[in-house]
Ligand binder design. Structure first.
Ligand code: FEO
Ligand code: CA
Ligand code: CA
Length: 669
């Protein structure tokens, strides 16, 4: 999510995020540029034939690698499709030979009995029965449970955040200095109801068309207005999560800013609470016991008016409420009456998502990014082991384990540093009295351990067998030349990069791993960018701002982006395939692109790779800078009315399903 900041007014959310303040972090050991160059030149996994050039490019300034970028020689490609042309317009586009259909849109009925979408007269109660806003993570879970069906399942969808100027008539871009003029209790209620998650039953018919069933009893909305969620793990019941509404500190109403997520091996979904700080307003004294904690997480962010109408989002009234957000939340979509669970042992962060795997010895491992400039990559290793016969009871594995944070060393190794109370600096001398304190203040504990500050860690996905993990680092324009490290080697990193971590002998529980950079994203034709791609990458195949990713059933990596625009790349966000092996390693190839202003989220394949679900988030958010779109994009005059192209309908964040014409696995011959 690229979002706005309380100080930023009249900006798109993406623009405002760039202006937002970084929170304090401990970056005490900063290598010199010379250290970084040496580390880069010493890396053993550099791309073939371009080692020195790439390393210099990585430092920012040298020309891009090779001269045959336009040769398009992609013999041996793992991906069999004809590349789409990058660009921008009001519509979405998919590679030739494929069809992309809208499956469900903001406002469509979800819960049986939901009213039809009435965009000019929305109510909170109606929205709470309808599909929410800004779909992000998508999880496909086959029906029946435990099966492998690729034509019948449940789709679990995160609704990350809301865009008032595109959702509501008459508001314009919100001016936070004017205290959210025009927002009302009802509109705040609509916004809250448009957050959370949706679960819908989906089916593919004999002719290959996907539909969702609005009458399904599986269908469910989870929202921060009403859904009770249990706190579990070491933080449950701790005084620091107790509030006037919940003196026991065990039950939270709702989940917010659910960005990406992950599937568990036992058929549930983990949904990630990301920018929770943005929902809090108010003030609290510097001598508050939560001052250090809230400051490190940027609380209160003041992005929304919720605190004016809901006391718990006013941090001056409920100092502990922010501690009840920022967790990984487990949802069982097969039981629409189940209570979601916040798994506190997995740490508190601006969680982007989670990539889960069962290790060879049965321990469950989850890799997670904390998406903020200069924050960290984590992994959680369960103490217990997966029991295939235990079903959803395996969820308790996520309450008991060790949380580690990554330190990327210049010699190409990663050390995973345990966040365990009483070990190393995580003691009373540094303000921790229990493991609960370590978990509530995960970031501060990681600072003290000397974790490597990253360029906004987003989605992380795990190859299920070969020990390889792919981490998306979306960008960090605040990184300065005196602040580089080997894993984040570019100053003013506007393009982002992708890191590959390799677990030796495919032991995902290991405390030391190896790493390399797969690509340094950005325009390979602009030397000042310092991009690093395989020479086979075409003019359409490069991108900036990798955000989400998926590994398909054939073990191939796909990347989606958040941040391509007119200024930075001259193309919209989209879905790119990404080679990870052989001579083409580091080659991108464009498969699908979104309408103007949108971001690409949620890539999720069916188990047989014949369908790809993607989430088109915030269509028409900005786009003003593109030739032909030169106006402020608001409800009355959006930069696109995708997907309906109906003058009575605003643009609508939507889930799209992509299939191959005539059937068959995507990008396969
Ligand atoms: Fe919600 Fe980090 O993107
Ligand atoms: Ca994003
Ligand atoms: Ca994201």
């Amino acid at each position: 999510m690229d979002t706005h900041d309380s100080k930023a007014t009249q900006l798109t959310r993406a623009q405002a995020y760039e202006l937002s303040e970084d929170v304090p972090t401990n970056r005490s050991t900063r290598p010199t540029i010379g250290d970084v160059i040496n580390a880069r030149l010493g890396r053993r996994d550099m791309m073939r034939g371009a080692l020195a050039v790439s390393a210099m490019a990585a430092i920012g300034g040298a020309a891009t690698m090779g001269t045959s970028r336009h040769a398009y020689a992609q013999a041996g490609s793992s991906f069999d499709f004809e590349e789409l042309t990058a660009g921008v317009d009001a519509d979405h586009h998919v590679a030739s030979g494929y069809t992309a259909n809208v499956l469900i849109r903001w406002g469509d009925p979800v819960v049986p009995g939901a009213p039809d979408f009435a965009p000019a007269a929305q109510t909170a109660d109606a929205q709470e029965m309808q599909f929410g806003y800004n779909n992000d993570y998508l999880g496909y879970l086959p029906l029946p449970a435990g099966g492998n069906s690729a034509d019948h399942g449940l789709l679990v969808v995160n609704h990350e955040y809301t865009n008032e100027e595109l959702m509501f008539p008459g508001l314009g871009r919100q001016d936070r200095d004017a205290e959210f003029a025009g927002m009302t209790a009802e509109l705040v209620g609509v916004e809250m109801a448009a957050h959370g998650l949706s679960v819908v039953e989906v089916t593919r018919d004999d002719s290959g068309n996907w539909t969702y069933n609005p009458a399904s009893t599986y269908n469910r909305r989870i929202s921060p207005r009403s859904t009770e969620i249990t706190l579990s793990g070491p933080v449950a019941g701790n005084p620091r999560v107790q509030t006037s509404a919940d003196p026991s500190g065990t039950t939270v109403i709702g989940t917010i800013n659910n960005c990406a997520g992950g599937l568990t091996p036992w058929g549930t979904v983990l949904t990630a609470e990301e920018n929770f700080h943005g929902y809090f307003k108010g003030e609290f004294p510097e001598d508050s016991p939560e001052f250090r904690n809230h400051e490190r997480y940027g609380v209160p962010g003041g992005w929304y008016a919720w605190g004016d109408y809901e006391e718990r989002f006013d941090v001056g009234r409920e100092i502990n409420e922010p501690n009840r957000f920022g967790w990984m939340v487990e949802v069982n979509p097969y039981d629409p009456n189940s209570t979601p669970i916040k798994r506190t042992a997995m740490g508190r962060a601006k969680h982007e998502g989670a990539g889960l795997v069962v290790n060879g010895d049965g321990h469950v491992v989850a890799y997670m990014g904390d998406d903020q400039r200069f924050d960290y990559i984590y992994k959680f290793v369960s103490n217990g082991t997966f029991d295939p016969s235990a079903g959803t009871d395996n969820g308790a594995l996520l309450d008991d384990g060790t949380l580690y944070v990554a330190r990327f060393n210049e010699d190409g190794t990663v050390d995973w540093l345990p966040l365990v109370f009483g070990q190393g600096p995580l003691t009373e001398a540094n303000g921790f009295t229990s493991q609960a304190d370590v978990l509530i203040e995960t970031r501060i504990a990681a600072d003290l351990l000397g974790a490597t500050p990253m360029d906004r860690p987003e989605d992380i996905d795990v190859h299920p067998t070969n020990g390889r993990i792919y981490a998306m680092l979306t960008n960090n324009t605040r990184r300065e030349a005196n602040d580089l490290n080997a894993a984040n080697p570019r100053p003013e990193n506007a393009g982002g990069h992708i890191i590959e971590i390799v677990e030796r002998d495919s032991d995902y529980t290991a405390t030391q791993s190896d790493w390399s950079i797969l690509v340094l994203a950005g325009d390979p034709g602009a030397p000042e960018v310092g991009a690093m791609w395989n020479d086979a990458t075409t003019e359409n195949g490069w991108f900036i701002a990798p955000d989400n990713c998926a590994i398909d059933g054939q073990g191939r990596l796909w990347v989606t982006t958040d941040g391509n625009d007119y200024e930075r790349s001259g193309r919209t966000d989209g879905v790119w395939s990404m080679e990870t092996d052989g001579d083409l390693r580091g080659t991108g190839k464009l498969f699908y692109r979104v309408p103007v202003g949108a971001e690409m989220c949620g890539p999720m394949f069916t188990p047989d790779d014949t369908s790809l679900f993607v989430a088109v988030q915030h269509p028409a958010d900005g786009g003003d800078e593109w030739p032909g779109f030169g106006r402020t994009s608001v409800y009355e005059d959006p930069s696109t009315r995708w997907p309906d192209f109906d003058d009575t309908m605003p643009p609508r964040p939507s889930v799209v399903v992509i299939t191959r014409d005539g059937g068959g696995p995507i990008a396969s011959s």
